[in-house]
Design a protein around this ligand. Structure first.
Ligand code: PEP
Ligand code: CO
Length: 445
């Protein structure tokens, strides 16, 4: 990709949204420090993900992207990280088995610490406070002090991302993701649930297949022992992203080495804005959230800027309309992209268009709405001879009560029981697995 007049700092000449009001000198010092620290990921891994996503575009693989809405420094410890990895591995196995094609696993993890907010202020118990913007900016506690943007948090975000990624790498390459462990992933909250039992049956079939392969002498296939797992986050705080943007010594190209994949949120995708400018120069696979306000011409313009050479694996369009709006908005965009011959991967985020406030005051989503937006996404693509190539969830491996519905029949009154998110409501492990079985039916049909 050739990029004229671009540098890791060129975004500074463009209008920017959703940035905190940082104190200047401490910010400059922190950014200069982060710029000296090692990259979190290596450009070669980023290129591997691009190839995988190109295969999703062709319908040869399927993308599963998921994790917390906002990661939380205080929950950067082994159990939550393992639980999230585990549920993603389980979902991926269920979907691989159904679709007969590999699932590309990308976590919203090891860097998902910055949040765009609809309102800069919120009122809690009658007190007006700056909104929480993610742990890399300020704290969730409802005090004026905690809500001040603190650049030191960017450095903490770097180290928390590093610690998370280190453990993920250990799990995926150190034996935890070994296919022989399919039963082990099903322990704890899931084992006695209907979804857990359904999964157990499938895991037994996989075990049988493995025994058969081993009896045939196919014992040491590396694909059975390890998986590829990639990281992603919304690249919102551009000071941080640019500090981790490095020129690859092998190819002389720029990569944002804070994660394998980064995306532009629905609130910061102005065609002439700073985020689009920053993203156009990095060679990572990039995501673009596409919500109801995206016009056809604007989408084509964004594709031109973000993927001028029409390369496969470069751009993932993540549609997020809501179950009741997807029919109205998605078909015309899909048709237009197809007509113009643009190579993109279409993925569906069935979370962000389906948020509402429950009667008990909790911000929630309904399992049925999520499932319905996914069904519509598959149908619309298939009606238009386009490929539904991926899915994007906010989920956790923990047994939280944040999303309504599912087999557990979580209702408005249950939400308060284990409502732990600092930001948007996530599907819990049972709901996630249940959703994976539903997607499997769609993949198979
Ligand atoms: C998100 O993915 O966390 C998010 C804020 O999404 P969107 O930009 O689509 O609203
Ligand atoms: Co969210």
């Amino acid at each position: 990709m050739t990029t004229t007049n671009w540098s890791p700092d060129s975004w500074k000449n463009f209008p920017i949204n959703q940035q905190p009001d940082w104190p200047k000198d401490p910010l400059d010092q922190t950014i200069s420090k982060i710029s000296q620290l090692p990259p979190l990921v290596f450009a070669g891994e980023i290129r591997t993900l691009r190839e995988n996503l190109a295969a999703c575009e062709r319908g040869e693989r399927f993308l599963l992207q998921g994790g917390d809405c906002a990661e939380d420094f205080s929950r950067c410890n082994a159990v939550p990280i393992r639980e999230t990895l585990k549920v993603i591995l389980q979902m991926a196995i269920v979907m691989t088995y159904a679709a007969n094609k590999p699932v590309v696993k990308v976590g919203r993890i090891a860097g998902q610490y910055a949040k765009p907010r609809s309102k800069p202020f919120e009122t809690i118990d009658g007190v007006e406070l700056p909104s929480y913007r993610g742990d890399s900016v300020n704290g969730p506690e409802p005090t004026l002090d905690a809500r001040q943007p603190n650049p030191d948090r960017l450095l903490q975000a770097y180290f928390h991302s590093t610690a998370t990624l280190n453990l993920l790498r250990a799990y995926v390459h150190g034996g935890y993701a070994d296919l022989h462990k399919v039963h082990v992933w099903n322990k704890e909250f899931l084992a006695n649930s209907p979804q857990g039992r359904k999964y157990e049956k499938l895991a037994s079939k996989i075990d049988d297949a493995l025994s058969f392969m081993e009896a045939c002498g196919l014992r040491q296939l590396p694909q059975l022992k390890e998986v590829e797992f990639f990281t992603s986050h919304e690249a919102l705080i551009l000071e941080y992203e640019k500090a981790l943007t490095r020129k690859d010594s092998l190819t002389d190209k720029w990569y944002d080495c804070s994660a394998h994949m980064v995306w532009i949120g629905d609130r910061t995708r102005q065609p002439d804005g700073a985020h689009v400018e920053f993203f156009r120069g990095i060679n990572n696979p990039v995501g673009l959230k596409v919500g109801p306000s995206m016009a056809e011409d604007e989408l084509i313009k964004m594709i031109d800027v973000l993927n001028p050479n029409n390369e496969s694996g470069r751009l993932t369009l993540i549609s997020r309309f809501g179950h009741d709006k997807v029919r109205k908005h998605l078909p015309k965009l899909v048709k237009r992209v197809k007509k113009e011959g643009r190579n993109v991967l279409w993925s569906c985020d069935p979370m962000h268009g389906n948020t509402f406030t429950a009667s008990t005051g909790y911000k929630t989503r309904d399992f049925e709405h999520i499932a319905n937006e996914i069904k519509e996404f598959f149908h619309i693509h298939r009606e238009n001879d386009s490929i539904p190539g991926g899915i994007h969830f906010e989920l956790t491996g923990a047994d939280v009560t944040e999303v309504k519905g599912g087999a557990q029949k979580i209702d408005d009154h249950h939400l308060q029981e284990r409502y732990l998110t600092n930001c948007d409501p996530r599907m819990n492990c049972q709901q996630s697995l249940e959703m994976a079985f539903q997607i499997s039916d769609l993949l198979r049909s």
